[in-house]
Design a protein around this ligand. Sequence first.
Ligand SMILES: [Zn+2]
Length: 454
Amino acid sequence: MIFLGRKNIDVSRAFDHCNQSILYSYCFSITATFSLNFAATFQHGLHNDSVINKWIQRTKTEDLCYLFVDEQSDAIEAVANSKDEAYFNEKLKIQSCYIIAECIAKPARSYNPVVSHKASLRLGKIAVFTPVDNNKIPTYHFDFAPYNILEERTTKPRRLTDFIARVDELKPVENRSGKLLRKLTIQDESKNTIEITFWKEKLPELEDKPLLGNIVAITATFVTKYMEHIQMQSTDATTVTVNPPIPQLKDYQNRFSTIPRCVASGPSATMTLADILARNTSQNKQTRFITEAAITEIDDQHTWYYTKCKVCNKPAHLQHGHQPLFVCEDHKGPEEANIMYCVNATIVDQTLNANAVFFNEPMTMLLNIDCKDMVIKHQNTNPRVIPDKILAARGIMCSMNVTMKNDGKFVVNKLTKCQTLSPNTPDPKKPTKQKQLQLQLPPDDDVLPKKPRH
Ligand SMILES: [Zn+2]
């Protein structure tokens, strides 16, 4: 509902009964109470989720868009010129309530509307925003679509779709022809599974959220159909809320607790550490898994590298000369010994902590320094003193190919760093465990562009 003057009038009804010119004369008297709702932005560095409630719609012209929700939980899109973003940033704060006067009502966008409202608001510099306290106005707006109407959404006007589901699978970030993307498999309460693609701009929406196994409200997705399969993609307006603050959340959680996770079999499926542990102790013995985790601690009770003679594989002995050299007791020659990482560490994901051993290849991938250089060039010859460069790898989220030993220890055979577009600003309110998961860029040699911290 929008309050037109002192009378409650639904904007969509105003559209049905007025012609455009009459409407315009009405429009200037529109006074509405709304609360801004939900975070959606593609700006780097701004991922204090649910703080920002605007997005830039990158169509032919760039629009600055807001989603407003009123006391009746009706939502309407408001659009301003993106060149005036700084001006509106001063006027409108996300998750705050305002009385808005002097805005213009227009028909809602005909392509990819975010909400079903027939009208939208145009905000300009004559608009007046008066902040008010109104705790009756919800701070969220979801209009979840049931699975059976998704097919309709693949045709024009292609209304964007809010969907509630559980995240059953989280694939690593991938680079497809130069485009970064990440795919999630979600399952709804009727056991329909959908693959949803998050494009580069929306990868920050997924960061640092305990997605796997949890219920998520995903808004403003673009529904497509590929080979009879319904799929979804993120849009500029997409937000992701884990365990959304809706009254029905408990019911959803109860219903989902009886639905088995849909994890694709085969080595491409990413599993949590807890899932791997559960699967490995069950009858179904699988040996290779892919998981996503970060190192939290390096074990300094174990040595972090070892050496082998290239001829006989016996350990080589460190000789300090002009520069450190590893020699075999049986073989003399120009061939140096192999120097390889074997780092014992604690890894963590959102489900548990586990012990893991990182052999040479994954550790080299993680550090971007080969072990020989680490030992000789960087002068870290003591295998019992963990080099700072290894300690600095703590907290980097990685996709790891792992096997599991009988004692429950993970062996990491292969590793790729999860690509992060912008490092997170540390949030002092977050619990320590989450903090440990915050992504860090290693001090040097990193392939990723460094972004300024906000
Ligand atoms: Zn030898």
